[in-house]
Design a protein around this ligand. Structure first.
Ligand SMILES: CC(C)(COP(=O)(O)OP(=O)(O)OC[C@H]1O[C@@H](n2cnc3c(N)ncnc32)[C@H](O)[C@@H]1OP(=O)(O)O)[C@@H](O)C(=O)NCCC(=O)NCCS
Length: 167
């Protein structure tokens, strides 16, 4: 990643810029609205932003996932993630994932789940195999997870934040 790019935690005042970035990167408003609703509903864990100067050019959103079933689970998910098209392919997305996973690992999160590009996230250690035994609103090759800390129960039902299901 370029030395001119810095990462920091997202702050309240960043919200409008983060929504605009998501709109630009995805070409539709849905993902920015999820970020807004996670915040409104108090369902967010934290976000990270990548800055070029004082311009936000990348963002990743983490949120807790409640789990029910035998055994105590500490799970999280991330998404949406977006990088300004003018800055894509320079490693910013990878840096946001790496820094975010480091933070959730330090928080004692056992597993992190993502629903996304099946060809992109495996390079960071995400695997469909890690979702075995997890009942979730989605499945298939785009639903992946990574284990960061031991102790994850083998069976659980995942409850995503309501922000993902409102419109
Ligand atoms: C996906 C995204 C966040 C990656 O950010 P980035 O800063 O460009 O990522 P990096 O520079 O760390 O990695 C670039 C690599 O990711 C690959 N990549 C990007 N999008 C991909 C996709 N949809 N499927 C597979 N690989 C993808 C690139 O081909 C590149 O591969 P290479 O390293 O072999 O050349 C960015 O492309 C983006 O914002 N896309 C639009 C929104 C989106 O799809 N978000 C993710 C939803 S799951």
């Amino acid at each position: 990643m370029s030395e001119d790019i810095t990462l920091r935690f997202a702050e309240d005042a960043d919200l409008a810029s983060i929504v605009a970035l998501n709109d630009l990167a995805f070409g539709q408003p849905d993902e920015g609205q999820i970020v807004e609703r996670l915040k409104e509903n108090d369902e967010a864990l934290f976000g990270l932003v990548a800055l070029s100067g004082d311009k936000i050019v990348g963002h990743i959103q983490f949120f807790p996932i409640d789990a029910t079933g035998p055994g105590a689970a500490k799970f999280a998910g991330f998404g949406p993630m977006s990088v300004d098209p003018d800055f894509q392919g320079a490693g910013i997305g990878g840096e946001l994932i790496g820094a975010g996973l480091k933070e959730v690992k330090a928080q004692g999160i056992q597993k992190v789940f993502v629903l996304g590009h099946a060809d992109y996230y495996p390079r960071f250690g995400f695997s469909v195999d890690e979702t075995a035994g997890m009942a979730a609103p989605w499945g298939g090759p785009h639903f992946m997870a990574i284990e960061l800390n031991p102790g994850s129960p083998p069976l659980a039902e995942l409850h995503y934040p309501s922000a993902f299901f409102e419109s």
